[in-house]
Design a protein. Structure first.
Length: 308
């Protein structure tokens, strides 16, 4: 079974149509810039979606994928060390194992993607020997299991250039993001860069959501932070100095927020301490959120012997 950042799964799976061939990286030995579970799709019209290497073997994979589509049979291929394809080398060294699975029925993939869009996790079980893909609840099953979780989303609350810059950067990076602001000009600035922006309203959070506040008027923050701390968001942070953070804790205590709950609140935020430029601050905070999200999902489960 594999666990992998959604961005390496979503596009190839969304592109799948009957007659497509799914390529799954099932094993890695030595250095490689993708983890087991990375997928790409070869479509009937010749289109390729996704990437398993930096381009070293995709051309050869396309040839094998065409053959797999023609005869409906899966392939298990080895590249690099131990490969029969001595003329195809991996510049980074090591070896990789790939399963090519032709799919006549992609309905399970559609169901999994619908669950993902509804922000519910699911797990696809791919059985190369049968050339099938199904939804499964089993923790262990013969085949290749690909967990699909909802994508990281970000709720931003704040005013001013810092809030708008952060929301725009997160949106540009491909993350679902919503800005909540009492300030019309802040909302307009974010909307001009494609960000969904609304007046202050209740937060929408789940365990894959980060909440980050950018207010200069810190008196606005306590009710918003208290609401966030009462929910399942995995990251909750607010802009400001350590002094501002301590003042927040005092205000939250007055609202009845427990010390245990307040321990989830981050401040100061960002990987670059004391960042003052709005763009630098945005990069700093987004990096911290993405790193935290990656840390929660980075324990890749190595493939079982049946997956190779």
């Amino acid at each position: 079974m594999f666990d992998l950042p959604d961005l390496l799964l979503a596009d190839p799976l969304q592109a799948l149509v009957p007659g497509a061939v799914l390529a799954i990286l099932t094993g890695v030995e030595g250095p490689h810039y993708r983890r087991p579970g990375t997928v790409m799709a070869f479509l009937p019209d010749g289109t390729r979606v996704g990437q398993i290497t930096s381009g070293c073997i995709e051309g050869d994979l396309a040839i094998h994928a065409e053959r797999a589509a023609a005869d409906g049979r899966s392939r298990r291929l080895r590249y690099g060390e131990g490969s029969p394809f001595v003329d195809l080398r991996l510049p980074c060294g090591g070896g990789i194992d790939i399963a090519l699975v032709p799919l006549a029925d992609v309905s399970a993939v559609r169901q999994a993607l619908a669950l993902r869009a509804a922000r519910q996790p699911s797990r696809l079980l791919i059985e190369p020997d049968r050339a099938t893909v199904t939804l499964t609840d089993a923790d262990a099953a013969p085949g290749i299991a690909l967990p699909l979780r909802p994508p990281l989303r970000i709720e931003v609350a704040g005013t001013g250039v810092e809030a708008a810059s952060f929301a725009a950067l997160a949106h540009a990076a491909g993350y679902p993001v919503r800005l909540l602001s009492p300030d019309e000009s802040t909302r307009a600035s974010a909307q001009a860069r494609g960000v969904e922006a609304r007046p202050l309203s209740p937060l929408t959070t789940d365990q894959w959501t980060a909440v980050v506040l950018f207010f200069h008027d810190h008196e606005i923050e306590p009710p918003i932070i208290a609401e966030a701390l009462s929910g399942p968001a995995f990251y909750i942070g607010a802009q400001g100095s350590l002094r501002a953070h301590n003042a927040r804790r005092t205000a939250l205590a007055e609202l009845g927020v427990s010390e245990v709950a307040m321990a989830r609140l981050r401040g100061p935020i960002g990987v670059i301490r004391s960042a003052r430029d709005p763009k630098v601050l945005a990069l700093s905070v987004l990096a911290e959120i993405v790193a935290e999200d990656a840390a929660r999902t980075a324990q890749a489960l190595m493939p079982s012997p049946t997956a190779r």
